[in-house]
Design a protein around this ligand. Structure first.
Ligand code: ASP
Length: 455
């Protein structure tokens, strides 16, 4: 492993060190050649003679040299390493690069999406995307630190699982061992995280991958990652407080300013009366210019809404508990339109950036939700029998929340598209970055899976 990143050179003035990276630019002035060497940390100017000749941009090199302070008038204030340069004494070429098929010295916004995605490994070399991906890593690191300090456990849950009614279409995976049967990729780890509470793992979190086969939008992809949290022995106020502390700590550590603390709390009705929407932007134009984050909670959502067929469906999450004062109505299936859920959504700058609820931990309350939605007893048993049974063995009261990581990063980085904060995103047509997927299965694969395609 290399010993130094390029910007570490700042701490090694008057020393000979070795740096490795890519040739970012090269300026040949005959007797003297200037080269900017780039790595993950930034760039440094290298000065040399014929040793640097013959190199071209994006070649990979190791350069040994003496780090020197630049004379005052040659200091470049635009460069993090603008006070120094390195005099090359030895150059080793590790890999040559062909001319790259897209420019990487711009922000890349104006380059055709398909080209950017086909050559994502080059697209990612641009400064803007390097910064986006690094901030993502830092963001997740700070979340983990916050949660581990509060005695949370990070626990993984299966990716090959069963369809969950979370309101979206599932991605299905055929089973070779059980021909004709399918796994579903998780829309969220909702049921597992609740079962982990029954198992006694109070204070769980996971940076969870979630898959939803929904139409793609600028701020929605087939896959996303979420900070997925579940806690036992909590009420709504205390989990909202914990979550608010996490978000506040993390974004402030990253240097952002929050418009209002504690976050304002609006009921769904207040939000609809005031903003005509349950996600809204409370920033002034000046706030927008200054990159201010305006968070707000929305609570007291209706539990159910009418379906087109005249029945009822849940508005957010069937596993939510009703507000305590509406428990009897839920059990008696009375005043259904008036039942409010213990759901809480977090809104930031016009986006929904999180949502969760206190859950039903009593089997009869959960069953009643599905009965209101018109499920027959057998159907409830088939789909949710495992949850209902688990709740008969001493289920602690629990609740949780999840935050879409990409949405949050889009806001922090002022990006309009989710793909700008994902290392290997999909095209808007649902093609996977770099690789040509989805693609046809071979006849042998289909045979093994017991599947015939009709298209
Ligand atoms: N399962 C919910 C979601 O993925 C979040 C939660 O209620 O914890 O949106």
């Amino acid at each position: 492993m290399k010993q130094y990143f390029v910007t570490d050179a700042l701490e090694h003035v008057d020393q000979e060190i070795e740096l490795s990276g890519w040739v970012d630019t090269i300026r040949d002035h005959k007797k003297i050649v200037f080269l900017d060497l780039r790595d993950r940390s930034g760039k440094i100017q290298i000065v040399g003679d014929e040793k640097l000749k013959g190199l071209s941009t994006e070649d990979v090199v190791t350069i040994k040299g003496l780090v020197k302070n630049r004379p005052e008038k040659l200091v470049n204030p635009k460069m993090a390493t603008g006070t120094i340069e390195m005099e090359a004494t030895q150059v080793t070429v590790l890999a040559k690069s062909q001319t790259i098929p897209l420019p990487i010295d711009t922000d890349g916004h104006d380059i055709n999406e398909d080209t950017r995605i086909e050559y994502r490994y080059l697209d990612l070399r641009r400064d803007r995307l390097q910064k986006n991906i690094m901030l993502r890593s830092q963001f997740v690191d700070l979340v983990r630190q916050f949660l581990f300090e509060r005695k949370f456990l990070e626990i993984e849950t299966p990716l090959l699982t069963k369809s969950t009614p979370e309101g979206s279409r599932d991605f299905m995976v055929p089973s070779r061992m059980h021909p004709g049967n399918f796994y579903a990729l998780p829309q969220s780890p909702q049921q597992y995280k609740q079962l982990l509470q029954v198992a006694g793992f109070e204070r769980y979190f996971q940076i969870a991958r979630c898959m939803r086969d929904e139409d793609l939008r600028a701020d929605r992809g087939f896959e996303h990652s979420q900070i997925d949290i579940e806690v036992s022995f909590v009420d709504r106020a205390s989990i909202m407080k914990l979550d608010e502390e996490m978000i506040t700590t993390v974004v402030e550590q990253l240097g952002y300013t929050i418009k209002q603390k504690p976050f304002p709390v609006l009921s769904y009705k207040e939000a609809m009366d005031k903003y005509k929407a349950d996600k809204f932007d409370m920033r002034t134009d000046e706030d927008k210019q200054n990159g201010i984050l305006a968070f707000a909670w929305v609570i007291d959502f209706p539990f159910f809404e009418k379906t087109d067929e005249g029945g009822w469906t849940f508005t957010h999450n069937p596993f939510s508990a009703p507000l305590p004062e509406h428990r009897d109505d839920l059990l008696n299936k009375t005043n259904i339109e008036g039942i409010l859920a213990s759901q809480y959504d977090l809104v930031c700058n016009g986006y929904e950036v999180g949502g969760g609820s206190i859950r039903s931990h009593e089997p009869e309350v959960l069953s009643s939700v599905f009965e209101i939605m018109g499920y027959q007893k057998e159907e409830i048993e088939n789909q949710f029998g495992h949850m209902l049974r688990a709740f008969t063995f001493g289920a602690p009261p629990h609740g949780g929340i999840a935050h879409g990581i990409e949405r949050m990063l889009m806001i922090l980085l002022n990006e309009k598209y989710l793909r700008e904060v994902v290392a290997c995103p999909m095209t808007s047509g649902g093609k996977i970055s770099v690789m040509d997927a989805p693609s046809k299965a071979t006849d042998a694969q289909l045979k093994e899976l017991g599947i015939k395609t009709v298209v």
